[in-house]
Design a protein around this ligand. Structure first.
Ligand code: ZN
Length: 235
């Protein structure tokens, strides 16, 4: 098994859980983030405080967590017309997808991640994509990511493994995974330090964390947290 991983780390719940998952498994873990002209930079601003807190979680994690790589992909915002990169209402388009879908985003992210991994000698890319209770984004599907793994491995003539530990989990199970890996301390970190809200709201606080409470990302996060709490062992 390969011991060196690069985690696609946005500062959200899913990628933070993936980071913990990777720190549990790999001896060297580096992180990569992308500025693609997101409407709200709040998620990106959450990254460094999360990394700082993750470092204090245990001596093992502090030793394993390597450098963070921040990549400027604002060109993606320039070629996109979406509710994540422009000020517009979130709605469904006639393709059946919400206009929060940024076409090509994960293709670009993984290609740049693979280029950084190649340079750094890291062979596993870890991403928080999930097709269980996702928004239908086609670039989050398991098949898309398996195809990317093949394309990157062939195109770089180097074995690139794409790991997506959340692919078949719903949001309640993602909360549960955080607890399994890092106990209530990691759940608290995810609740308080990560950001998922599409509207960038960090003023309203709920039991599941910060956010507007009504955008699709907040609804998913809040419902998952409720299910997670309800399914907890009452003892
Ligand atoms: Zn929200």
């Amino acid at each position: 098994m390969d011991q060196r991983a690069l985690v696609l780390f946005s500062g959200g719940q899913d990628s933070t859980t993936c980071l913990a998952w990777a720190l549990d498994r790999y001896s060297i873990v580096e992180t990569i983030g992308f500025d693609y002209g997101q409407r709200h930079a709040i998620e990106l601003q959450c990254r460094q405080p999360i990394l700082d807190q993750v470092r204090t979680h245990s001596g093992k994690w502090a030793q394993r967590l390597g450098p963070d790589h921040m990549i400027d992909l604002r060109v993606l915002g320039q070629v996109s017309d979406t509710a994540l990169t422009d000020s517009k209402e979130i709605e469904f388009t006639n393709t059946g997808l919400p206009n929060t879908f940024v076409p090509g985003r994960n293709h670009l992210f993984f290609t740049f991640a693979a280029a950084v991994a190649y340079r750094r000698g890291l062979t596993t890319l870890v991403g928080g994509m999930c097709e269980t209770d996702y928004s239908g984004y086609p670039d989050c599907r398991d098949n898309t990511l398996k195809a990317l793994q093949v394309a990157l491995t062939l195109g770089m003539d180097a074995r690139i493994i794409v790991e997506t530990p959340l692919m078949w989990l719903d949001k309640a199970q993602t909360w549960r995974l955080a607890e399994t890996i890092g106990g209530s301390r990691l759940v608290d970190l995810v609740r308080e330090a990560t950001h998922s809200c599409y509207l960038g709201n960090r003023e309203s606080v709920h039991d599941w964390g910060y956010g507007c409470g009504s955008c699709p990302a907040c609804e998913l996060r809040a419902n998952g947290y409720r299910q997670y709490i309800d399914s907890a062992d009452p003892a």
